[in-house]
Design a protein around this ligand. Sequence first.
Ligand code: AMP
Ligand code: ZN
Length: 493
Amino acid sequence: MQLYQSQEIKIQNSLSGKKDVFKPLNEGHIGMYVCGPTVYSNVHLGNCRTFMSFDMIFRYFRHLGYKVRYVRNITDAGHLVDDAEDGEDKIAKKARLEKLEPMEVVQRYTVDFHNILQKFNFLPPSIEPTATGHIIEQIEIIKDILEKGYAYVTNGSVYFDVIKFNEDHEYGKLSGRKLEDMIANTRELTAQDEKRSPQDFALWKKAEPQHIMRWPSPWGDGFPGWHLECTAMSTKYLGETFDIHGGGMDLKFPHHECEIAQAEASNGHSPVNYWMHANMLTLNGKKMAKSTGNSILPGEIFSGDNAILSKSFSPSVVRFFMMQAHYTSILDLSNDALLASEKGFNRLMDALKILKQIETSKISDFDVVAWKQKCYDAMNDDFNTPILIAQLFEAVKHINAIKEGRESISAEDKTLLESTINAFVFDVLGLEAKNENEGGTDKLAGVVELLIELRKEARDNKDFATSDKIRDQLAGMGIQLKDGKEGTTFSVL
Ligand code: AMP
Ligand code: ZN
């Protein structure tokens, strides 16, 4: 029996506007699509928060024994500056400014994205498709939509006809907007506009002669509209209807609304059963965004090289900070908040070490079985990581009490406590034990080996003052040297 069979998950579904009981289309299997980054600049910490929320969700599903196909795309074409309908492609613009091939821009920032995610201990998605690798699929969908009468061609570009679509379907159901209100609140079209209505959006844009990113199509050389790539890639890898689609709150409208319209227009099916939206990371109370300069890069946090920081913070501390907030709540980044998270994270890691060493007795003062279910209840309630973390600290309290002899735990309960806490801390929250992912452990080992060698040389020279000094000072730092037949080894306490 798999764990998921005994746990009922509720998901805040943007489509229904409430928490719905999660039932996948195929028992034991989940199809999940998350809009990936537009690779025209370094990912900032805000982007990381959204991807981290879905990494945690992916991890929890896997922990429960689901087989998850997790698709997170790379947007390497079609996303226009300011998310506008007219204007330059973000990647083409960067390529022009930096005198690079667009694919050089894409490669540079895709590598950066992967490096950062690896530092944060993300699990790789099952498939990471690119927009440029799916131009043919996008063209096929446009043909379909044209055939069904929900799009029109103007001067080499193809636009989605929102008004026509809304006659037969409902445009705005995800974001809760009414088309009439949208029309009332937008400017009139000018004679130069190619669109029939301001709400219409581009499926295919004609490439002007100077536009460097271009592909042939039945409508002439051009490039796909941004919303289309996600419809093409999610349909290809997850089917016409799949379980979960995620992304940041800011993508709900127009991006996700347009995805629904495209899918329904082309194949008649509502594409997604559960739409999930992660909330924003803010800095100084404002949305973190590259374009406004109100952003901080992960690398600046790991090095401490930013004016708002008093020190550096490890990726796990930053991850812990993110997990302390529910993914649907706004989270504000500050030095004080990171310092507080670091303290909490260290307390948790210390308790895990203590847990390994505590003695067991015949009886337990701590109901580990009930506590374990509370951890699952927290995660089952729309992935409530702050409540889960509160439960983990409940366990920390007991661990410390047992260590101090104020409480006791049976051997069986200790084993259950250890396996549960490890599963939630490492597998589900994706945290790593201190220093492990900074390469710090390797470097530390190298330095200590060097000191062991110097100590041996000192001893060989009968310089016991120096050899004792090395041993004692290392011990003072929590590094214990142990002399044995095979030489000297060390352990970090
Ligand atoms: P982009 O690379 O601009 O397409 O954005 C990639 C992802 O990051 C999208 O899901 C956005 O919703 C998300 N995102 C952008 N800014 C923030 C922020 N300040 N906090 C959380 N997520 C964000
Ligand atoms: Zn998308």
